[in-house]
Write a protein that binds this ligand. Structure first.
Ligand SMILES: Nc1ncnc2c1ncn2[C@@H]1O[C@H](COP(=O)(O)OP(=O)(O)OP(=O)(O)O)[C@@H](O)[C@H]1O
Ligand SMILES: [Mg+2]
Length: 416
């Protein structure tokens, strides 16, 4: 297997690195590909190795041995390592370049496919998407409609967590990063994992962060500290990791501490004897917004410890699927004429939303013109407050919908 992996490495990795970083396309030099957050060639190769490690069956499970058998697995890993953090617009270029080097028959878009170990082939993520079930607590915040995006990012997260690798999701506001991570956590075995959720903000200090971590770990042996429930692993999930302020020296103090923790699994005691403590059974997951547009850039040395993925805006199809499913579940026992209006309501809301995104750009005066999935959710949250004794006809439902749209979109607009 060693030789096969080496052959695949030589076939793909050097040309891909040249294409991504230098823009080498055959004899030509074109625009290099862009990342959502800075990455280096070494980061990409490291992520590739972590993914291959996570997916390749162990030696006693007779893993595929020769190049032909391994190629699909390798392609899948390449897409989610070399191509995982690429900007959304450049994924297509990456896909066509890799298809060109592969010179075998491949699906049109490798990003849409997962690797199926049972027959060593690639298959559509679409087939893995579970059916939507309404949450038991009936709270809007706990609704998660499985889509291609949530399914594949949860899958990648689980695969890497099982191999103890830190994972980072990077994407614009409202691309469902937090929702996806929480859904992946819910699917994990509660007997084995506990979660610690920390939200970073501009006011978070390294002290705050250390306090939160220390409150959640106990002494295990002389210098070793671990999660309070013995035998379980703690997943330390840090949301909005790019938020802490940059100090005079150009660092973000909580992130500098986090880097120390992730890299060495150790923390110094503050005060006292400044004891160096080993932290065991803790794993790291993070979410952040991409640098630029007012967002801070995170220390690349911290970023290089994480396997990083760009969470792109859900496609129009996924968005439609999310909101149609939510409404369908809620209106199940409503009159037929209301149920019949579901598709049109969703199409109209999405059309309104996309028009707002396109025609109402953000300017210094209209700085609050940011439209994302959260606004759509607010419209639907309002619709879900309807009850079947109050809404009995279609016009009543449409009136409610209009009211919600006015509230969420129109009330925010300025005249000049
Ligand atoms: N698959 C889905 N099912 C249900 N709701 C979804 C889904 N995807 C996105 N949403 C909705 O999109 C909104 C934004 O999601 P989320 O809070 O996870 O974004 P985010 O990427 O974490 O944004 P930020 O960077 O601002 O924290 C939420 O209100 C959520 O209800
Ligand atoms: Mg979030």
């Amino acid at each position: 297997m060693h030789d096969s992996l080496k052959e695949l490495f030589l076939k793909y990795v050097p040309p891909l690195i040249d294409r991504i970083f230098e823009g080498v396309l055959g004899e030509e030099i074109v625009e290099p590909l862009r990342f959502i957050t800075p990455r280096t060639n070494l980061n990409l190769v490291q992520q590739l190795c972590h993914l291959v490690d996570a997916i390749l069956p162990p030696a006693d499970m007779n893993p595929p041995e020769d190049v032909v058998e391994l190629e699909k697995l390798y392609l899948f890993c390449l897409v989610w390592s070399m191509g995982g953090a690429l900007a959304a617009d450049d994924r297509e270029k990456f896909n066509s370049f890799i298809t060109q080097i592969a010179q075998t028959l491949l699906p049109p878009n490798l990003y849409d496919n997962y690797y199926e170990p049972s027959n060593l082939s690639l298959d559509l993520w679409d087939k893995k998407v579970l059916k939507y079930e309404a949450p038991e607590d009936r709270k809007f915040a706990s609704i998660l409609v499985p889509t291609v995006d949530t399914t594949r990012y949860s899958w990648l997260l689980n695969a890497l967590l099982a191999n103890k690798r830190p994972v980072m999701f990077c994407g614009d506001s409202g691309t469902a990063k937090t929702v996806t991570v929480f859904s992946a956590f819910r699917a994990l075995d509660p007997e084995k994992y506990i979660f610690l959720n920390v939200n970073f903000s501009s006011r978070t200090t390294s002290r705050n962060f250390q306090d939160v971590v220390e409150e959640n770990i106990d002494k295990r042996s002389l210098k070793s500290y671990g999660p309070k429930s013995v035998g379980k692993k703690m997943i330390l999930f840090i949301d909005d990791l790019n938020m802490p302020v940059i100090d005079t020296y150009g660092t973000q103090a909580p992130n500098a501490l986090l880097k120390f923790l992730v890299e060495r699994n150790q923390l110094y005691q503050r005060g006292g004897d400044l004891e160096l403590r080993d932290i065991v059974d803790v794993q790291y997951v993070g979410c952040m917004s991409p640098p630029g547009g007012g967002n801070n850039r995170v220390d690349p040395r911290l970023m290089s410890l994480y396997c990083t993925f760009n969470v792109t805006q859900p496609s129009q199809k996924s968005t439609q699927q999310i909101y149609t499913s939510i409404l369908q579940k809620h209106l199940l026992e409503f009159p037929d004429e209301c149920i019949g209006a579901i598709d049109n309501i969703t199409v109209a809301t999405l059309s309104l939303f996309y028009q707002c995104c396109e025609k109402l750009p953000r300017t210094p005066v209209k700085f609050h013109y940011i439209f994302n999935l959260r606004d759509l959710s607010r419209v639907y949250e309002g619709l879900l407050l309807s009850t079947k004794d109050k809404i009995t006809t279609k016009p009543q439902l449409i009136r409610l919908w209009r009211n919600e749209c006015m509230r969420v979109f129109a009330d925010r607009l300025l005249n000049d």
